[in-house]
Design a protein. Structure first.
Lengths: 482, 372
C-alpha cells in the first residue's frame, strides 16, 4: 500500500474517522495497531508472522533486561535480542548475497555452494523495524529508559504504519512515550501535517518519478551514453532519490501529525551541505544518528587514536552502506562516504569550518560537496545484474566503470543534452527555490507563512504541476527495497 | 470529542482558502494550455461509425500511462494518418492497427511503418513505395475493417498489413443506433473545448483515476487470484474474441480479395499467450478460405525473448521493449516489428507481388517520386 495510491487514501480516511471517534487513547492505540498490521499485510500477509515474532522477542527481552539486576542475565537477553534481529535481517536480506559472493570466491578453485541458494523474498521494511527494535533493547540495557509493560504500545511502536516501511527510524524514547498517553491534535498540527503530505506527494509524483525516467534511461544504457548524458543522469538520480526518500519521510510526518504524533525530521536540506560530515547531519538523519549511537560510539568513536577513529568511521559507513541493500555497489557507496569523512578529518576540522565563514565560500563549498555527493550516487545507482549460467549476478562494478569512462562515447555537448538539462532544471528549480527559502529562513514551513494570496498561489502551482506532470501510476518509493 | 477542541477550524477562512486555491489552479491551467509554444493534446473529430477519430493535419501529444505520461510529438497528415502527407498516386502499403501500431510514445520517424518504409525503399525497385500508417488508438477488428473499406473505396493500395492482438478484444464495434448519439456528444465536447481547454483535461484526469479509486475500495490482497490481466488471458478469451472478430476479418479479406490485394494479418503476441494462439487459429481458417490472405505471428522469438522464461518475460518486456511507465512499444520494439514484417514480406515474396501489382495497376515501376 503506497502513500501515493488511492488505496492508502481510502485506508487512511477510514482509520482517521475512527481515530477521531475514539475518546480513549488506549482504544486509539488498538485501532492504530490493527490498522498498522493491515497496512503491513497489504504487502504480503505472510510477513506479519515475522513482524509479530520479532516484536514478541524484543518485548520479552527488554522486560527481562529491565527486571534483572544481574549483568550476566541482562547481557544474555540483550545478545538474544540483537542476535535475533540481526539473524532475521541476515537471513532475509544477506543470505544469498554472502552465498553468491562466497561462490564467486570458490569458483576458481572448482568449488561451488550454489546448491544452497534459496529463493527468498525480502520482507518490506525489515531493515527499518529491526534497527528500531534493537535501539529499544539497547536503550533499556543502558538504563536510558524503562521497558514498556504494555505489549499493545510496544507493538504499535514497532508497527506504526506511517513510518514502518521506510522510516524515520524512531527511538523509543521519542515515539513510544507518545503512545503511552493521550495525544492532542492541534490546528497548527493539522495544517502543517496537510502541508507535509501535499509537499511530499508533490516531490514524489512530480520530481522523483519524472527524474527517474531520465536516470533509468541513462543507467540502463551505461555502455553507450556520452559523458554529458552520464553526468546529467547522475544529477537526475540525485534529485530522484532525495525527492523520493524525503517525500516518504514528509508524508509519514504529515500523516502522524494528523494523528497528533510527532516523528523526527529525517532530512535537513542535504544538498546544502558544505562538508561530508555536514551531509550526514542532513541526510537520512534517523539512520546516521542510529549508526553514530549504536555502532560508531560503541566501536570507540573518536576517543582512541587517529587510526582507530578512521577505522571506526570506515566500519560504520561500510555497514551503513550495506544496510541499504545486499549488493556490492552499496558497499562501495558506504566505503566512499567513509573515505570522505576520513579525508575531512585528515584535512582538519578547521578547514571545513573555514569554508563556511563567508557567503561565497559557503556557496563554493556547497557546490563542491554536491559534486562529491554525485559521485557517491553514481556508485549507489549502479545496480546492474547480469545473467550468467541462468543466475543473476552482480555486475555493478562494470557498470560503474562504464559510467566513469562514458567520455569514450563522446563528450555529448549536443542538443539532446541541452534538452535533458532543461527538463532536469524545469523540475529541480521549483524544488530548489523553495529549499533556498527554507534554508535562509530556517523554517521548513516557510510557504505557510506567506501572505494569504501568495500561499494560495503556491499551493495552486503545486496542484497544477501535479495534475500536469505528476506520475499517477503508483510507483513504489526507492527506500522500500531497503 | 473533547480532544478535537483545538482542531475546530475557522470554517469560513478555510473554505475561502480552498476556493481561492481551486480558482487559481483553474486559471493557471487554462493560461498554460493556451500558451502558443505549448504542444497541444491531439484533437478528435466526430465519426459515428468509428466512434470518433483523430482529426487530420495537426501536431500534438497523446496521454499515456494513465494520463501521467505525454507521448512524443505526433504528426497527423491531412488524412488523419501518422506521419507526412500521402501521395496516393504512388504505390502504397496500408497498415491498420491500434495504438501500438499507431506508435503512441515514439517519434514519427521511429514508428515501425516509417522504419519499414525506409527499409523497403532501400530496394531500388520499391523506391517510390509509401507505407501509410492508418492505425488509430482504440481500433480493433471492426474499426480496421471500416477504415480499410473507406480507404480502398477511395484509393489504390498494393497491400494491407493488419494487426491482431488479444488486447483488441476491448475495442468493440459501435452499434448503429448509438452512432448519431456519439456524433452529437462529440460536437458538444468540441464546443466545450472551444470555451475551456483545462476543463476537459481535468475531467479526463479524474475519469482516468476512477478505476484505481474503485479498486481501492476493496482489500485486494484478501481477494483470491488478484485478477487476471491480459497476461493471464486463457485460450477461451481468445476464442471468444475470435468468434466476434471473425465476421470483420472475413469482410476485410473479401474486400481485399475482390481487389486482388494481399492481406497480411500480423498476430502480435510478444508474451506467447494461449489466447493469441486461438486468434491465430481462426485467422488461418480465414486465410485458407481466401486467396492472398497471409498470417504471420510475431511471438517472443521475433523480439529475442525465446530464451526468457514465461515468469520473467513480462519484466523483461517492460524493461526492454516498452516505454516502462506505459505498456506501449518503445523504439526498439518498433524496430523489431518493422524488421520482422520486412523479413516475412521478403520470405513470402510479397515484395515482388507488391511490385507486380503496382506495375500492373499503375502501368509503371515503383520509381521514386520526382522532386516537387
Amino acid at each position: 500500500m503506497l502513500f501515493n495510491s488511492w488505496t492508502f487514501v481510502v485506508f487512511f480516511a477510514i482509520v482517521y474517522v475512527c481515530y477521531l471517534a475514539f475518546r480513549d487513547f488506549r482504544w486509539q492505540n488498538v485501532l492504530l495497531l490493527v490498522a498498522s498490521y493491515y497496512f503491513y499485510a497489504a504487502w504480503d500477509p505472510r510477513f506479519l508472522l515475522l513482524l509479530l515474532s520479532s516484536t514478541v522477542l524484543d518485548y520479552v527481552c527488554a522486560l527481562q533486561i529491565d527486571r534483572s539486576e544481574n549483568t550476566r542475565i541482562r547481557r544474555t537477553y540483550l545478545v538474544a535480542s540483537v542476535v535475533g534481529n540481526l539473524s532475521l535481517l541476515g537471513f532475509f536480506k544477506y543470505y544469498n548475497f554472502f552465498l553468491d559472493s562466497l561462490d564467486a570466491l570458490l569458483t576458481p578453485a572448482g568449488l561451488s555452494v550454489r546448491a544452497l541458494h534459496l529463493d527468498i523474498v525480502l520482507p518490506v521494511g525489515i531493515s527499518f523495524y529491526t534497527f528500531q527494535e534493537m535501539s529499544y533493547t539497547i536503550d533499556v540495557y543502558r538504563r536510558e529508559m524503562p521497558a514498556v509493560r504494555s505489549f499493545r504500545d510496544f507493538a504499535l511502536f514497532v508497527a506504526f504504519f506511517p513510518h514502518m516501511v521506510a522510516g524515520p527510524i524512531m527511538r523509543a524514547s521519542k515515539l513510544l512515550v507518545q503512545f503511552m498517553g493521550p495525544r492532542t491534535i492541534t490546528r497548527d498540527g493539522v495544517i502543517t501535517g496537510c502541508w507535509l503530505i501535499l509537499w511530499g506527494l508533490w516531490k514524489k509524483v512530480v520530481i522523483a518519478d519524472n527524474m527517474a525516467m531520465i536516470a533509468d534511461d541513462v543507467f540502463g544504457a551505461s555502455a553507450s551514453v556520452s559523458w554529458m548524458h552520464a553526468y546529467l543522469g547522475v544529477i537526475a538520480f540525485a534529485f530522484q532519490i532525495y525527492a523520493d526518500f524525503s517525500a516518504y519521510s514528509d508524508i509519514a510526518r504529515g500523516v502522524s501529525r494528523l494523528l497528533g504524533i510527532e516523528l523526527m525530521q529525517n532530512f535537513d536540506l542535504p544538498y546544502f551541505a558544505t562538508s561530508p560530515s555536514d551531509f550526514w547531519r542532513r541526510w537520512h538523519i534517523s539512520l546516521s544518528t542510529w549508526l553514530r549511537d549504536y555502532l560508531y560510539v560503541p566501536l570507540g568513536g573518536n576517543r582512541g587514536t587517529r587510526l582507530q577513529t578512521y577505522r571506526n568511521l570506515m566500519v560504520t559507513m561500510l555497514l551503513g552502506g550495506i544496510w541499504h541493500g545486499a549488493a556490492w555497489n552499496y558497499a562501495w557507496w558506504g566505503g566512499y562516504h567513509g573515505l570522505l569523512l576520513v579525508g575531512q578529518r585528515l584535512g582538519g576540522e578547521s578547514w571545513a569550518a573555514a569554508l563556511t565563514q563567508t557567503r561565497w565560500r559557503r556557496i563554493v563549498a556547497i557546490a563542491v560537496m554536491f559534486q562529491f555527493t554525485l559521485f557517491g550516487w553514481l556508485l549507489f545507482r549502479c545496480t546492474r545484474q547480469t545473467r550468467i549460467d541462468g543466475r543473476l549476478q552482480d555486475d555493478s562494478l562494470r557498470q560503474i566503470l562504464e559510467m566513469l569512462s562514458a567520455f569514450r562515447n563522446g563528450w555529448g555537448f549536443d542538443a539532446t543534452s541541452l534538452h535533458v538539462f532543461a527538463v532536469i532544471a524545469a523540475f529541480a528549480l521549483p524544488l530548489l527555490l523553495v529549499q533556498v527559502f527554507q534554508y535562509r529562513t530556517g523554517n521548513p514551513f516557510v510557504v505557510l507563512t506567506l501572505p494569504r494570496f501568495a500561499r494560495a498561489a503556491a499551493v495552486a502551482l503545486l496542484l497544477f504541476s501535479w495534475l500536469m506532470w505528476g506520475v499517477q501510476s503508483g510507483n513504489a518509493f526507492i527506500y522500500f527495497q531497503f | 470529542m473533547t480532544f478535537l477542541r483545538g482542531v475546530r477550524p475557522r470554517h469560513r477562512s478555510i473554505v475561502s482558502q480552498f476556493v481561492l486555491v481551486g480558482v487559481l489552479t483553474l486559471l493557471i491551467g487554462e493560461a498554460y494550455m493556451r500558451m502558443p509554444f505549448v504542444l497541444p493534446p491531439l484533437e478528435y473529430r466526430a465519426d459515428g461509425e468509428l466512434g470518433g477519430r483523430l482529426a487530420g493535419n495537426q501536431v500534438g501529444y497523446l496521454w499515456l500511462g494513465n494520463m501521467s505520461l505525454k507521448s512524443r510529438p505526433i504528426t497527423l497528415n491531412p488524412d488523419g494518418h501518422r506521419g507526412e502527407a500521402t501521395d496516393w498516386s504512388h504505390p502504397v502499403v496500408l497498415a491498420l492497427g491500434d495504438s501500438e501500431w499507431f506508435g503512441a510514445g515514439v517519434d514519427d520517424s521511429d514508428v515501425w511503418t516509417a522504419v519499414l518504409e525506409r527499409a523497403l525503399r532501400s530496394d531500388p525497385r520499391l523506391s517510390g513505395l509509401s507505407v501509410v500508417n492508418a492505425s488509430h488508438p482504440g481500433h480493433g477488428p471492426y474499426h480496421e475493417y471500416v477504415v480499410a473499406r473507406r480507404l480502398l473505396a477511395a484509393h489504390d493500395v498494393e497491400a494491407l498489413l493488419v494487426r491482431v492482438a488479444i488486447g483488441q478484444r476491448y475495442f468493440k464495434p459501435v452499434p448503429v443506433e448509438q452512432q448519431a448519439q456519439l456524433v452529437r456528444a462529440a460536437e458538444r465536447r468540441a464546443i466545450v473545448r472551444r470555451v475551456t481547454k483545462f476543463g476537459p483535461f481535468l475531467y479526463n484526469k479524474v475519469e482516468a483515476q476512477l478505476p484505481s479509486i474503485r479498486a481501492a475500495m476493496r482489500p485486494h490482497f484478501l481477494a483470491a487470484g488478484g485478477g487476471a490481466g491480459d497476461g493471464a488471458a486463457p485460450v477461451d478469451v481468445g476464442r471468444a474474441m475470435a468468434r466476434e472478430a471473425r465476421t470483420w476479418w472475413d469482410q476485410l479479406a473479401d474486400l481485399a480479395t475482390a481487389r486482388q490485394i494481399p492481406v497480411v494479418f500480423v498476430v502480435h503476441d510478444i508474451e506467447d499467450r494461449p489466447s493469441a494462439r486461438a486468434l491465430e487459429e481462426t485467422l488461418r481458417a480465414v486465410a485458407s478460405s481466401h486467396r492472398g490472405v497471409y498470417v504471420v505471428r510475431l511471438g517472443p522469438e521475433a523480439f529475442g525473448l525465446e530464451r526468457i522464461g514465461p515468469a520473467e518475460r513480462p519484466r523483461v518486456i517492460r524493461e526492454r521493449l516498452t516505454l516502462g511507465r506505459d505498456p506501449h512499444a518503445n523504439v526498439e520494439q518498433h524496430r523489431l516489428i518493422a524488421s520482422e514484417i520486412l523479413r516475412y514480406l521478403r520470405q513470402t515474396e510479397l515484395t515482388e507481388a507488391i511490385e507486380r501489382h503496382a506495375r500492373a495497376r499503375r502501368g509503371a515501376p515503383l520509381a521514386a517520386a520526382p522532386p516537387q
